[in-house]
Design a binder for this molecule. Structure first.
Ligand SMILES: Cc1cc2nc3c(=O)[nH]c(=O)nc-3n(C[C@H](O)[C@H](O)[C@H](O)COP(=O)(O)OP(=O)(O)OC[C@H]3O[C@@H](n4cnc5c(N)ncnc54)[C@H](O)[C@@H]3O)c2cc1C
Length: 457
């Protein structure tokens, strides 16, 4: 498919992989293979991004393992992946010179920093008379394209270890997350057996309802077109609901593209003035899963332990942080960004602004999730809570959702002493809800009363 030892007559293009770590249905690769005699696949680890990450980062480990798989696949096709650890502008220019390439093909990335990087690379390449050709690949409404083309042998290229990149393993091997296209294919095959029941099961964190494909969508170890086409063909109610979720992802990517200011500001600009109290102790308790609200705590511990959180729980914990703890949604957004393996700027920002009622098409501010009602509704027998809050596992009945309401006998029978084994609630929901309503209604102006129209869900 791909060659390095270019003969002087052959036309050569680089294909620059970024968040599209696969060979199947890859727009830039498809076009490069069609238009050039020889194609050199390359990947660049950008030190500017890597240096701000912790040394053990599950995402870096996922990318590293997915690159290993991509490289193996290319080597089986008598090709290879060329990897550099350098500033992308410098690295791409050097690779162009090294391989005497006359074009660079890549798939578009819509994040503001990526757009800036690509603008710089485009300008630097233009000075050399080289084009950076970019393609839509991450979005749904694009044709399916299948890549098959054989070519000559490529000399073996080195593969840097995590240590050489100044990282260490972050425990990915202990999680049910398999990198690369092998991982995405196995998950997707499994999900196909469940897709028809997706609309029934997707909201219950103790049930294997969703696809768990988000990390693969994030790093392009599967094709969004393949998923959308499958759901469309399948056509069942479950498949249609799932397709609409894929479209939410698309929607948030479009928002980020058209309104890059949402990275730092509320989409609805008058909500930028919200005067959150930002209590650091409350924020820390939320991060650590020690709020005294079992559903919130189980969710935060799932995030901390696995790098994943169920969608229903992302909504509950985000709402709790903003509307119960009165902490700025950007604090929570940043914490999720650090912890989620599937962290995606567009979806994370969109999800947080939705929950905080500051976003486009967000839930109205007076809809405030009641964490106990949500818990009773979506984890009725407490199975999910018991998995992540084992100290509560012997609590029976409704007490699992609100231990502080249980009588002393029930708590003692379950071996739970509040304040010792498990925290008392760090805030009173009813009281905080009134404060949140007043805060949102007056948006930074002096609150007068909290006698608002409201709804509780
Ligand atoms: C506060 C908050 C933060 C979030 N942060 C992220 C994030 O950083 N990265 C991320 O991929 N998703 C994020 N989401 C969206 C959603 O929670 C996850 O995509 C989903 O839980 C991933 O699990 P899954 O792959 O099993 O989803 P499934 O239910 O199987 O859905 C399939 C795919 O559709 C897309 N999708 C589903 N729901 C949404 C949604 N509400 N918004 C955008 N895309 C969606 C995802 O790509 C997902 O993989 C966030 C949601 C909220 C409320």
């Amino acid at each position: 498919m791909v060659t390095q030892s270019a003969d002087s007559e052959a036309s050569i293009a680089l294909v620059w992989f970024r968040r599209d770590l696969r060979l199947f249905d890859h727009a830039a690769l498809y076009h490069a293979l069609k238009e050039y005699d020889q194609v050199i696949p390359v990947f660049v680890f950008d030190p500017t991004i890597l240096t701000i990450l912790p040394r053990a980062d599950r995402r870096v480990e996922f990318i590293h393992a997915s690159l290993r798989a991509l490289k193996d696949e290319l080597q089986q096709a008598k090709s290879d992946l060329v990897i550099r650890h350098a500033n992308p502008v410098t690295a791409i220019l050097e690779l162009v010179a090294e391989f005497r390439a006359s074009a660079v093909y890549t798939n578009r990335d819509y994040e503001p920093d990526a757009i800036k990087r690509d603008t710089e690379v485009t300008a630097a390449l233009r000075e050399q008379g080289i084009a950076l050709r970019t393609f839509k690949d991450q979005v749904i409404f694009e044709q399916d394209e299948i890549v098959t083309q054989a070519n000559t042998q490529l000399a073996a290229q080195p593969f840097p270890s995590l240590q050489e990149l100044n990282f260490e393993p972050a425990g990915l091997a202990d999680l049910p997350v398999q990198a690369g296209t092998t991982g995405s294919e196995a998950l997707f095959e499994n999900f196909k057996e469940r897709i028809d029941r997706y609309h029934l099961n997707r909201d219950f964190p103790a049930v294997k309802g969703p696809s768990y494909l988000s990390v693969h969508l994030r790093f392009g170890t599967l094709s969004i077109r393949e998923l959308a086409a499958y759901a469309w063909r399948e056509g069942s109610q479950g498949a249609q609901t799932w397709l609409s979720e894929l479209i939410w992802r698309e929607f948030y990517q479009q928002i980020l593209w058209h309104r890059p200011d949402v990275v730092h500001h509320a989409f609805k600009q008058d909500y930028d003035a919200l005067a959150f109290s930002n209590d650091e102790a409350l924020f820390t308790a939320w991060c650590q899963g020690q709020t005294g609200y079992p559903m919130v705590d189980a969710a935060m511990r799932q995030l901390n332990q696995t790098g994943y959180m169920h969608n229903r729980l992302r909504m509950i914990t985000a709402s709790f942080l903003v509307k119960d703890l009165l902490v700025d949604w950007r604090w929570g957004e940043r914490y999720f960004a650090k912890q989620l393996i599937d962290f995606d700027l567009a979806s994370n920002n969109g999800g947080w602004q939705w929950a905080a009622s500051t976003g486009c098409d967000a839930q109205p501010y007076f809809r405030i999730f009641n964490p106990v009602t949500q818990s009773t509704k979506f984890d009725s027998d407490g199975k999910f809570i018991r998995r992540y809050c084992p100290e509560l596992s012997a609590l029976q009945g409704k007490a699992i959702h609100a231990p502080w309401l249980a009588n002393q006998t029930t708590l003692a029978a379950a071996g739970v002493t509040l304040g010792v084994d498990y925290p008392w609630p760090i805030v009173d929901h009813a009281c905080q809800r009134d404060k949140a309503l007043a805060l949102f209604k007056h948006r930074g102006r002096t609150p007068i009363t909290s006698n608002d129209d409201s709804a509780t869900t």
